[in-house]
Design a protein around this ligand. Structure first.
Ligand SMILES: Cc1cc2nc3c(=O)[nH]c(=O)nc-3n(C[C@H](O)[C@H](O)[C@H](O)COP(=O)(O)OP(=O)(O)OC[C@H]3O[C@@H](n4cnc5c(N)ncnc54)[C@H](O)[C@@H]3O)c2cc1C
Length: 343
């Protein structure tokens, strides 16, 4: 494990924003984790875990709490469980994209629709990462974590993680650092049924069809690319944190009104009905590419915020507040931000 002091955190985030870490530990060997525990316990502030930095906004003054950058790797396909599902154990720092590719190569279905989501596997339960009809709650069995309150290693089963729509018991809590995760997947060369019309159209199949795993992932990637939702260093919209806002939950009555106005309103597995945040942002009058604060604008392909030259955390925060205010005023719907504010 390597510990550095005063290291800039901005390059470790996809927004490219944020000051330095007073102390930063990079963990690439899980066996070194006890060393970090000893280091962090002697320092002020609960430790902050950073994966690939694709869902965080780090403050301009940086982070005084010790930061652990999770860089452990490893995937182990284990035996089957009682339900004949294949168990797969993954180290927390393993990139999600690589995991999805490995599962597809192994003919394992359950995560193919998550292709193209940036970040580490360890961060996926934090907001129950999901897209195009699949989410981590579909496959997570448990996570092995360090509990900073109990000061010991614990096994958090999926129920204890309380996974909801882009939320969990872990979100906005620094109590647990996830070290490894266990997933259960089914062996099949075919994907889960395609439930999103855009993905079905890309594949030229009816909604509900099952297609070869790799084809499903390719179609999802194509749809995501069209919205600038795949990180690409040649992309002008690359300084992104994804959606920035959650799709807000709406009542049945409001859902009906929004549907009449043409809004994408979807029912989610946790029983909530939600309207697309990007539709609301557009409806509130923000055009693609529109400037919102100095160095912060709407993406050129999707109604979300991205950073440019001159952006900093204060300005990004100002842009988030401006969008929330205008969306509330023009649509009556309150947006909640999805990203974690650090420092
Ligand atoms: C272009 C783009 C597209 C995206 N598309 C989607 C999408 O379709 N669906 C979706 O759900 N998300 C999406 N996201 C958001 C993001 O990719 C996910 O939230 C991802 O899981 C974050 O992983 P990370 O490793 O970058 O976490 P970070 O951004 O580093 O951290 C996010 C949070 O998780 C915590 N955390 C990280 N690792 C651990 C750990 N090991 N233990 C405990 N806590 C930890 C951090 O403290 C922080 O609170 C997108 C982001 C971008 C930039």
């Amino acid at each position: 494990m390597r510990i550095t002091y005063g290291t800039p955190l901005a390059p470790m985030t996809t927004l490219g924003i944020g000051g330095p870490a007073t102390a930063l530990a990079e963990l690439d060997d899980p066996a070194d984790f006890p060393e970090f525990v000893a280091f962090a316990q002697g320092r002020p502030g609960g430790p902050v875990c950073l994966g690939a930095g694709s869902n965080v906004l780090i403050g301009d003054a940086g982070c005084t709490a010790p930061v652990l950058r999770m860089a452990t790797r490893g995937i182990r396909v284990r035996d089957r469980d009682d339900d004949r599902r294949v168990l797969v154990e993954v180290q927390a720092g393993h990139p999600l994209g690589e995991l999805v590719r490995t599962l597809i190569a192994e003919n394992l279905t359950g995560m193919e629709m998550l292709a193209g989501i940036p970040g580490t596997t360890g961060a996926t339960p934090v907001q129950n990462v999901g897209a195009y009809g699949q989410e981590i709650s579909d496959t997570l069995v448990h996570a092995v974590a360090w509990d900073w309150k109990l000061r010991r290693r614990v096994v958090l089963d999926a129920a204890a993680c309380a996974l909801g729509h882009r939320t969990s018991a872990l979100k906005h809590s620094r109590r647990w650092t996830l070290l490894s995760l266990l997933f259960a997947l089914r062996r099949s060369p075919l994907s889960a049924p395609v439930t999103y019309r855009t993905v079905a159209a890309e594949l030229d199949v009816p909604v509900g069809a099952r297609v070869p795993l790799a084809e499903a992932a390719q179609a999802v990637l194509a749809v995501r690319r069209g919205k600038g939702m795949v990180l690409d260093c040649a992309d002008g919209d690359r300084r992104s944190a994804g959606s920035v806002f959650l799709s807000p939950e709406v009542s049945r009555a409001r859902a009906a009104r929004l549907r009449r106005d043409g809004a994408p309103v979807n029912d989610f597995p946790d029983g909530t009905t939600r309207v697309s945040a990007s539709w609301l942002i557009h409806r509130a009058g923000y055009e693609l590419g529109a400037p919102v604060a100095e160095g912060v604008r709407v993406s050129s392909r999707h109604h979300t915020l991205v950073a440019d030259e001159g952006a900093n955390a204060a300005r990004f925060h100002e842009a988030i507040s401006a969008v929330r205010r205008r969306v509330l005023c023009r649509t009556g719907v309150r947006l909640v931000s999805e990203i974690d504010f650090i420092g």
